[in-house]
Design a protein around this ligand. Structure first.
Ligand code: NAP
Length: 283
């Protein structure tokens, strides 16, 4: 193995310590304690686990966590009423609606109802539009974390060739926009892209956000590239793997993120930072 590991866990821990210091400052100087409301409907085990980790990290950073658990049978009207109540609550600076929502719910309508200034997930169309226009916005946490990881390798991304594989609204698209803002030359690939191998192999920064284990082979990695693996895939033996064939890619890349311990911890750290930003805006 020649690639150096980008230790997302350690970088996220540093960030979380900075966030905790900012929480103390907001609290002592302005009497504001950032609060996050998490809305969880139904009993999806993966969602339960994500919400649990977010609540734990929230409390560790000195913030307040408000948990709202709703039954799988919740109605659209009940969910909308809760979101409206949280929008109006001054103790709530961030609202996170855990996806997926039960099948009878129109998830987009719920996400659109969140006050954009409390949208710490950065999923609201107002924030997506502001990001696309280069205006200050609350930006989705995973792409923010990916850019920070890439910047630990290349403090300036200007002029570098970045290839993002995946074009979802929560990872691929906002990440491509963030990389463009940092003056990288960005290519976005998706399931219809032709010659993925050739495009990927041209990247100084290669990000995989697909959800298919080992999609990215060693042949798709440029020698010395910085490889960021967003994918989280559960293998048949119960273990977790990214989208990148880690063993093969590590032989060729210059830097690589592991799964777990790469992008995942950064997502939670960036969520905390987004919340502090939302709380600072109202102090
Ligand atoms: P998604 O909404 O399912 O999007 C997947 C993207 O991959 C789509 O744009 C799709 O293309 C593209 N794709 C599918 N097959 C492909 C192929 N063979 N070649 C090239 N592109 C292909 O997924 P997501 O929400 O962005 O998440 C992606 C992965 O990241 C998942 O494993 C998810 O669990 C993980 N994730 C991790 C974190 C974290 O904190 N670590 C956070 C969020 C997501 P089309 O648009 O053409 O369908």
């Amino acid at each position: 193995m020649s690639a150096r590991i980008i230790d997302g866990k350690a970088i996220a821990a540093e960030l979380r310590a900075k966030v905790a210091a900012e929480v103390t400052r907001l609290s002592t100087q302005h009497g504001v304690t950032p609060g996050l409301a998490v809305v969880l409907a139904g009993n999806n085990p993966a969602s339960e686990s994500y919400v649990g980790s977010k609540a734990k990290a929230t409390k560790e950073a000195g913030m307040t966590s408000f948990d709202h658990r709703l039954p799988d049978s919740v109605s659209q009207a009940e969910l909308m009423a809760l979101v409206n109540k949280l929008n109006a609550d001054p103790a709530v600076h961030g609202i996170l609606v855990q996806l997926p929502l039960p099948q009878q719910i129109d998830a987009q309508q719920v996400l659109d109802a969140v006050d954009p200034t409390k949208d710490v997930d950065g999923f609201h169309p107002v924030n997506a539009g502001r990001l696309a226009s280069g205006l200050p916005a609350l930006v989705p946490c995973t792409p923010l974390g990916c850019v920070l990881l890439a910047k630990t390798v290349h403090p300036s991304l200007a002029g570098l060739d970045a290839v993002v594989i995946g074009r979802s609204n929560i990872v691929g698209k906002p990440l491509a926009l963030l990389l463009l803002q940092k003056d990288a030359t960005v290519t976005i690939c998706h399931s219809k892209s032709r010659d993925l191998e050739k495009i990927a192999a041209s990247a100084d920064i290669l990000v995989a956000a697909v959800g298919k284990a080992k999609l990215i082979t060693g042949r798709m990695v440029k020698p010395g590239a910085c490889v960021i693996d967003v994918g989280v895939n559960r293998l048949t033996d119960g273990s977790l793997a990214g989208d990148v064939d880690f063993a093969a890619a590590s032989e060729i890349a210059g830097w690589i993120t592991p799964v777990p311990g790469g992008v995942g911890p950064m997502t939670i750290a960036m969520l905390l930072e987004n919340r502090v930003r939302a709380a600072s805006a109202v102090k």
